[in-house]
Write a protein that binds this ligand. Structure first.
Ligand SMILES: [Mg+2]
Length: 291
């Protein structure tokens, strides 16, 4: 069988069988980041992302944006667990004909977002490749009480997103987005989301991950899904690369959040649907698949 037939999640499930996991691991494969023991009050978060030329970016795109994205999408995953990023290693595969300035600019992009989010780059590796490949492995921390995973959504919970969706790739937003770290911290400290993840593959597909992990269904109110200008509903549902947070709140907390944001605030959160007990209520997907 070819990898393309297996699909990304089929592949991950197959590989899972060969991955040893000790009992001390809090969360392994299957959330935005892995969760492992750290201290009495905190967990260590680990996530990694790989970007490849002609799959995730092309040489005609601004190299600084490519670097920005390489680190920002990992910061987004740490935020989705309720935590904050700390240390990263960056590895890069470089074709020998590539202008030095291109790599320099990729690192400038990485540096800028690292500074903004207080991430120290503490190592990495470089190899010669046919196409540019960038891999970021990022650590983060989260208080045990603030850890937010995908499996806690309950029937009746309200589904929210942190911002408008769709058209990210076409508009170039996928190279300049700001990870929703401050929003995630605000939410876990004040509203305790029952489940949270970031939208990388598209709202419809990603929401299904929460539904599956939480063993619930959902109904979306299409009219309430915030979209970027000129973006269709289908694009908002399926485009992906938005890196907005998708989270669920109990009806009581949802009401408190809606009350809070009746006044002008630093953040705005969009209610877009409801969690149901019917596991057959899945979201229709034509979500981005990697293979
Ligand atoms: Mg994610």
């Amino acid at each position: 069988m070819k990898i393309s037939k297996l699909g990304e999640f089929g592949l991950i499930n197959m590989l899972k069988q060969f991955v040893p996991v000790s009992k001390t691991v809090i969360k392994g494969i299957g959330d935005d980041a892995a969760v492992v023991p750290y201290s009495k009050s905190e967990y260590l978060l680990i996530t990694t992302d790989m970007l490849a030329e002609d799959t995730h970016f092309t040489r005609r795109m601004p190299p600084q944006g490519i670097g920005h994205k390489a680190l920002a999408c990992s910061i987004s995953d740490i935020a989705a667990m309720g935590g904050w990023p700390t240390f990263a290693v960056v590895s890069i595969g470089i074709p020998k004909n590539l202008p030095v300035s291109f790599i320099k600019d990729i690192y400038k992009g990485i540096q800028e977002v690292a500074r903004q989010f207080n991430v120290s780059i503490v190592g990495g590796d470089t190899i010669k490749t046919d196409k540019i490949v960038i891999n970021v492995a990022l650590l983060g921390l989260v208080e045990k009480k603030n850890l937010t995973t995908r499996d806690g959504a309950k029937a009746g919970d309200v589904i929210f997103v942190t911002g408008p969706l769709g058209g990210s790739f076409k508009s170039g937003r996928h190279l300049s987005f700001t990870p929703r770290g401050p929003q995630a911290r605000f939410l876990v400290e004040n509203f305790k989301p029952s489940a949270m993840m970031d939208i990388s593959d598209g709202l419809s597909g990603d929401l299904n991950h929460i539904l599956k992990a939480s063993k619930v269904g959902a109904r979306l109110d299409h009219a309430y899904i915030p979209r970027h200008q000129g973006v269709s509903l289908s694009q908002a549902l399926n485009d992906g690369e938005d890196f907005e947070l998708l989270f669920t709140l109990s009806p009581q907390k949802a009401r408190l959040l809606m009350d809070w944001q009746t006044q002008k605030r630093a953040f705005y959160f969009y209610p877009i649907g409801t969690i149901t007990s019917d596991v057959k209520e899945k979201i229709d997907t034509k979500s981005f698949t990697h293979f």
